[in-house]
Design a protein around this ligand. Structure first.
Ligand code: PSU
Ligand code: MN
Length: 296
């Protein structure tokens, strides 16, 4: 693999799929800049991850990120098709699974995203389980997220983490959050209220097991979406995507997110951006605290 590694253990990985597919394209460059600035301000170094013309990059520069986000259509790379882009000289944004894979190869231990993928069942479609889940069994990276996307079967997704034996921990929460909602209806394995304590746990766990940790940071209270609005919007978004012929496989998540952003008049987009930024802040603080542990 051709890997340009500008990162290391003092870095927080950021992914490109949420930029290229999770928000309207015109919002992506500013979000990318803001996330990198937030990580720096909180005491770590940002390392945005993507694949450009067959080369994996951990720590994309402005030119590389600008080139990717200027493309009209950017492919979505997860652990299953990452190698195809690498071998064919292709370009793709990386999802949680592919970002974990490349971050691990670059020695990066902390990664911030919005929400991880999981178990999804759309009416009439097959059972869709994101590659994100199993990536936690393979790559020693702590992923700071607002739990899993609320468009998923949240309870089954939480069970899947139990099945694969990856720890799910809460930053100042006992509840397993679901993206726009602070409480997704399930629990975390352990709650941490103190950053050095969480840093020690994460550092030791990554070393001991060689696999990932899901760190759950609920969306800030002020940005949470009212559950009633959420249920209404999701029903409408799903039926819209279905009547438009459905969106299978890799298009499912981007299509539903885009429909939600429209139906909610931008409320879900604002909430999404707010939670991603907060996750970047917490991830950077976690990374900085891990760097302070002697011998790490
Ligand atoms: N977080 C966001 N927006 C996103 C994602 C995360 O706020 O779009 C992306 C991540 O890259 C995650 C992907 O891996 O959604 C899940 O896609 P799928 O369900 O197809 O596995
Ligand atoms: Mn999927």
């Amino acid at each position: 693999m051709h890997l340009t590694n500008r990162a290391g253990p003092d870095c927080v990985a950021l992914e490109t799929t949420l930029l290229a597919h999770g928000v309207p394209r015109e919002a992506a460059p500013a979000l990318a800049r803001d996330l990198e600035a937030i990580v720096r301000d909180a005491g770590a170094r940002p390392a945005t991850v993507g694949v450009l013309r067959g080369g994996a990059v951990v720590g994309m520069n402005d030119e590389e990120l600008g080139a990717m986000l200027a493309m009209e259509r950017v492919a979505k790379g997860n652990s299953s098709n990452l190698g195809v882009f690498l071998s064919a000289g292709g370009t793709c944004a990386t999802t949680v699974s592919a970002t974990m894979e490349l971050a691990a190869a670059a020695g990066v231990r902390v990664f911030a995203t919005g929400g991880v993928g999981g178990v999804h069942k759309m009416r009439g479609g097959p059972l869709d389980v994101s590659a994100d889940i199993l990536a936690f069994t393979r790559f020693p990276v702590a992923v700071v997220s607002s739990g899993v996307k609320a468009i998923l079967d949240v309870a089954s997704t939480r069970e899947a983490f139990e099945t694969i034996g990856a720890p799910v921990i809460g930053w100042r929460t006992n509840a397993f959050p679901a993206f726009y909602l602070r409480d997704g209806g399930a629990r975390v394995d352990a709650r941490f209220d103190d950053m050095p304590e969480m840093a020690r746990f994460v550092r030791d766990e990554l070393r001991r097991t060689g696999r990932g940790v899901l760190v759950c940071n609920p969306i800030p209270e002020a940005d949470e979406i009212a559950p009633d609005d959420w249920r209404r919007w999701l029903r409408e978004a799903e039926s819209r995507v279905e009547t438009e012929g459905g969106a299978g496989g890799r298009d499912a998540t981007p299509s539903i997110l885009a429909a939600l952003h429209e139906i909610s008049g931008g409320a879900t987009l604002r909430a999404n951006i707010a939670l991603v930024k907060d996750n970047a802040r917490v991830a950077a603080r976690l990374c900085a605290a891990m760097m302070e542990i002697r011998g790490s």
